[in-house]
Design a protein around this ligand. Structure first.
Ligand code: DCT
Ligand code: MG
Length: 397
């Protein structure tokens, strides 16, 4: 996952004021509104969103605006643009005129104004201005480094630094281990990971886990489990049904990768998960399961059709970001649902659970008041929430 969200303090999971309007509107079921296209829910977990985006012209613009608000730590506006983009991605066709916007949920004054401008002029001048803005460009560049979030980017920007060579030449700057690896492998890890590369990594992790225990369970999560062709990393759940064994599994898998000589970077976090401390009422960006953020060396010879490499790169290998998480088996379904994403789908699942059902959902568990609702599969969790099941490939919200 994107490490910069360690510092992400979004108002995730908490209901916002606008929702009360939907609660008291007798004509709209579950916060839905009728439109020319279909019935569109304001919750991503009640929409089916494939990787086919018919409104890219709007959502690309919204992403620039959301990012800019994120850089400036204006969380509410950032989330408003992300939520609007997510809703548009679920539509079966492009929005063609102003009138069609009126009945769609998640659109406010600002988002509608941007869409109107795009419909009329083909682009948004606010977005154009941002794209050529020096501060936006510098933040974009700095946060593209593994281990650099908006706070660090801001610190460097304030010091007058504008390029990678500025940073690397400044002796007063101390890069942490993650950022050092980020710069070292910049070219490789800023290049997209292909599906074939993800498949090859799956075999590698599977082999490493099974060498430790034949009972090991490996599940692909994140963007690739939603059917994306490319990703910025590859996310897996690695665990075992042998009780308590999952605690030591991850360090042993890491050790195995090291012995193969393919471990380029490892940031391991031991489990801080404690059932006695559930439910966690405060939203935390990171769950408590054992996990590690890795950079692995992937040989081209192990990838069907070869590496997604830069042209003329004759090394025969590339560095790839891989995340592994290891929940205990009785929380497996919650971890799987949480790590499958998308980010917006997860946000809305939690928001829906709270606002519509008075329940508490996170990557660890689902609680109805103080009662833990057990689940073996993702389908069980959707059923507990009274939601229609949405397949992973329909969660690209
Ligand atoms: N996640 C989340 N909330 C966040 C960040 C991540 O719930 N703020 C979950 C959803 C996806 C999963 O973790 C993995 O995160 P990423 O790898 O960042 O997302 P992705 O969908 O796999 O995207 P990419 O294809 O770019 O890796
Ligand atoms: Mg990912």
């Amino acid at each position: 996952l994107d490490i910069s969200w360690f510092t992400d303090s979004m108002r995730e999971g908490r209901p916002v004021a606008v929702e009360t309007r939907h609660l008291i509107q007798p004509t709209s079921a579950e916060g839905s509104t009728h439109t020319l296209m279909a019935t569109v829910s304001q919750y991503a977990c009640q929409r089916r969103t494939t990787t086919e985006n018919n409104n890219k012209i709007f959502t690309d613009a919204f992403e620039v605006l959301a990012e800019s608000y994120e850089f400036n730590e204006i969380e509410g506006r950032c989330l408003a643009f992300r939520r609007a983009a997510s809703m548009l991605k679920s539509l079966p066709r492009a929005v063609r005129c102003l009138g069609e916007m009126q009945d769609l949920p998640c659109l406010g004054e600002h988002t509608k104004a941007v869409m109107e401008e795009i419909l009329q002029c083909g682009c948004s001048f606010e977005v154009k201005k941002l794209l050529s803005d020096e501060r936006y460009q510098t933040f974009k560049l700095f946060t593209s480094v593994f281990g650099v979030g908006p706070k660090t980017a801001d610190k460097w920007h304030r010091r007058g630094l504008r390029s990678f060579s500025d940073i690397l030449a400044d002796r007063s700057i101390h890069l942490n281990r993650m950022q050092q690896s980020g710069f070292l492998h910049y070219g490789d890890i800023s290049r997209a990971v292909s599906k074939a590369e993800a498949r090859s990594l799956r075999n590698i992790i599977d082999g490493a886990a099974r060498a430790i225990t034949p009972a090991a369970i490996l599940a692909l999560t994140g963007g690739f489990s939603r059917g994306k062709e490319f990703g910025h990393d590859v996310d897996f759940i690695v665990t075992t049904p042998e009780l308590g064994r999952e605690e030591s599994l991850l360090p042993e898998v890491i050790d195995g990768l090291k012995k193969q000589g393919i471990l380029l970077y490892c940031d391991y976090h031991a489990s801080t998960f404690d059932v006695a401390k559930l439910p966690i009422r405060r939203f935390e960006a990171m769950d408590h399961f054992a996990k590690c953020f890795l950079i692995l060396r992937l040989e081209g010879s192990r990838v069907e059709g070869g590496l997604n490499s830069a042209e003329g790169d004759g090394r025969g290998w590339r560095a790839v970001r891989v995340d592994l998480v290891s929940p205990p088996m009785d929380h497996y379904a919650f971890a799987l649902l949480g790590w499958t994403g998308s980010r917006q789908f997860e946000r809305d699942l939690r928001r829906f659970a709270g606002a519509k059902r008075g329940m508490l959902l996170d990557n660890h568990a689902l609680y109805d008041k103080t009662k833990f609702l057990a689940a073996e599969t993702e389908k069980d969790i959707f059923a507990h929430l009274g939601l229609e099941y949405i397949e992973p490939w329909q969660r690209n919200a």
